[in-house]
Design a protein around this ligand. Structure first.
Ligand code: UGY
Ligand code: MN
Length: 259
């Protein structure tokens, strides 16, 4: 929030093909599935996105509970704090509970539509939650719940540039219809091209700052900014500042294009 003696000028941009949304301007919502949480809705169909993305703040003891609905998959990523994550096999009752996993910064889970889950904060916790309609494909079974931590994943050199590293949080396998990756760019390094592709992105800046090329212009971005890139939005990135940039981004992949 700005002080009364500060200007209100904002970097926020909401266009047909993309949006740059600094988090300071996003008010809190409440959701029944996360009854005590403060939730910032970063993307949804009203923006043009075919997914929703939330930034969720929980106090210690706060929790979220999502029973399986058979249609929507969920990706959770812990930004900060600690929590207990439980997969609910066969419904939300205690009978169906599987083992609980301790989550800390960098922990993540991808939960298929036929499985529910509970996340309970052990300390104040912030997380990202992305929800997407799962796209089944002929002959491919629904994936099982996937749990991991980005701290355990090596960064792969991206397109021959040792200053750009990519961590792949979801395996490259046709069982999955989405990718979730973390890019780390050393200062002065960039994406090697301006990309243009049919896939969408929901991107959250974890660290650092730089300039993002969106559609037809360069824009300054920094830690805690959110960017939605719609289909065919030209895009590129340069890391500036004094420390590496890290961003986590969603991409819909591995499925034929509906006609
Ligand atoms: O995977 C991607 O499309 C990625 N290189 N895009 C991006 O970082 N804007
Ligand atoms: Mn891209």
């Amino acid at each position: 929030m700005r002080q009364q003696n500060q200007l209100l000028t904002s970097r926020t941009q909401v266009k047909n093909r993309y949006a740059l949304i600094p988090s300071e301007g996003v008010p809190y919502s409440r959701l029944p599935e996360w009854p005590t949480a403060l939730v910032q809705v970063l993307a949804g169909p009203a923006l043009g996105a075919e997914f929703t993305e939330y930034r969720i703040e929980l106090e210690a003891g706060g929790e979220g509970l999502h029973p399986a609905d058979g249609e929507i998959e969920h990706f959770l990523f812990v930004l900060d704090g600690s929590a207990e994550f439980t997969v609910l096999q066969g419904g939300a009752g205690a009978d169906g509970e599987a083992a609980t996993t301790a989550f800390g910064p960098g922990s993540y889970a991808l939960v298929p539509p036929s499985v529910g889950y509970r996340l309970k904060a052990s300390a104040a916790t912030q997380l990202l939650l992305l929800r997407k309609r799962y796209e089944p494909a002929p002959g491919i079974a629904e994936f099982a719940p996937l749990i991991g931590c980005e701290l355990d994943l090596p960064g792969e050199v991206y397109m021959d540039d040792p200053g750009a590293a990519l961590q792949t949080l979801i395996p490259e396998d046709f069982a999955y219809d989405m990718a979730m990756n973390i890019f780390t760019f050393q200062v002065g390094h960039s994406l090697p091209v301006t990309e243009t592709h049919i896939m969408e992105h929901g991107l959250y800046v974890l660290d650092g700052k730089g300039v993002y090329y969106l559609d037809d212009r360069w824009m300054e971005v920094e830690k805690t900014d959110f960017i939605w890139m719609g289909p065919f939005c030209p895009q590129s990135y340069y890391a500036t500042g004094l420390s590496p940039t890290r961003y986590i981004y969603y991409k819909n992949v591995n499925r034929d294009i509906a006609l």
